[in-house]
Design a protein around this ligand. Structure first.
Ligand SMILES: Cc1ncc(C[n+]2csc(CCOP(=O)(O)OP(=O)(O)O)c2C)c(N)n1
Ligand SMILES: [Mg+2]
Length: 331
């Protein structure tokens, strides 16, 4: 993939086409609201927004079944919503309420929902990769046909866990779909400042891991590439490294003055807003009209408003529970 990619032709049925837009729109609205609630002090701690990258989580998640496992990073609101975790339990988690998906103990960076096989939310850069390999090893040993999708950033590629994980997954032919969300920055360090070989897809070669790269601003292209990659993994081909080239429109986190990139650069990428691009294509292709778009926006608005009500109404964990889960019960 070089230069500006051509969009993948739209060959979607209307229901699916609109569902992709609904999911991306929900993530965008959820995070805009989260940013607002953060500035009002309702949400505290760190908050890493995914705005601009929605097509990656939504596209990739289409290739997974409910039996598959998902492991993500601290920038995981999009993956969690696309996996179908209710927005209310995520918002309550960010509030620190006991009705949150991690009972309010994790916050924005530590969403967890074992019933949906969503295994984090990890604050340690690259910390999710060995966990994904472990989940895939467990599935392989127990003869379950599931695959494990592991999302991580370009910054994780500089960590040892990336290399050990690719090596072991390839050596043992484990069913892991490694999904690198290359948004060109690891906090304030540009990709070229932390990688001697910035073509991340090529990192697979040294480990014998099949790899591909895709335009992460094109949800249809991401879905197609993720489906090909997941099929390779499911069919026993071993792990796959898929690099999605994307961009975050907001700061790294709520504590980042963004001194490392120019406004022009951000504005240029905003011209490729995955939601705006996709909406335009749906309109051109006759797959969505004004009424559809209004209905999708209204449903996102309602869902997020409901999530805030759920979080506001949620209980705080009682003080007596302070030390619960700190030590394991003696068996
Ligand atoms: C092991 C480790 N080192 C450093 C940090 C501090 N840190 C938090 S996010 C981040 C950048 C990671 O960038 P990337 O993997 O590209 O993900 P992105 O934030 O761009 O989604 C760093 C260095 C950390 N959390 N864990
Ligand atoms: Mg990054």
């Amino acid at each position: 993939m070089t230069g500006r990619p051509e969009p993948t032709p739209l060959a979607l049925d209307r229901g699916h086409a609109l569902e992709l837009l609904r999911q991306m729109g929900l993530i965008r609205r959820f995070e805009e609201k989260a940013a607002e609630l953060y500035s009002r002090g309702k949400i505290r701690g760190f908050l890493h927004l995914y705005i601009g990258e929605e097509a990656v989580a939504v596209g990739a998640m289409q290739a997974l079944t409910p039996e598959d496992n998902v492991v993500a990073t601290y920038r995981e609101h999009g993956q969690a919503l696309a996996r179908g975790i209710p927005a209310g339990s995520l918002m309550a988690e960010m509030y620190g309420k006991a009705n949150g998906c991690s009972r309010g103990r994790g916050g924005s960076m530590h969403f967890f929902d074992v019933s949906r096989r969503f295994y984090g939310g990890h604050a340690i850069v690259a910390g999710g990769l060995p966990i994904a390999v472990g989940l895939a090893l467990a599935d392989a040993l127990q003869g379950r046909p599931a695959i494990t999708a592991c999302f991580f950033g370009d910054g994780a590629v500089a960590e040892w866990e990336f290399h050990e994980s690719l090596n072991l997954a390839a050596l043992w032919r484990l069913p892991v779909l490694f999904l690198c969300e290359n948004n060109l920055y690891a906090m304030g360090t540009a990709l070229a400042g932390h990688q001697s070989q910035p073509d991340i897809r090529r990192k697979g070669e040294g480990y014998g891991v099949a790899a591909d790269a895709v335009d992460g601003m094109d949800v249809v292209a991401v879905e197609a590439a993720a489906r090909r990659a997941a099929a390779h993994v499911r069919d026993g081909g071993g792990p796959f490294l898929l690099e999605a080239r994307t961009y975050r429109f907001r700061a790294h986190s709520t504590a980042d003055p963004e001194l490392y990139r120019s406004r022009d650069e951000v504005e240029r990428w905003k011209q490729r807003d995955p939601i705006a691009l996709y909406t335009a294509r749906l309109r051109e292709g006759g797959l969505a009209g004004d009424a559809d778009l209004r209905a999708i926006e209204a449903s996102a608005e309602d869902e997020v408003a409901g999530a805030v009500r759920f979080a506001e109404a949620g209980p705080w964990e009682p003080v007596e529970d302070l030390a619960r889960d700190v030590y394991a019960e003696r068996a």
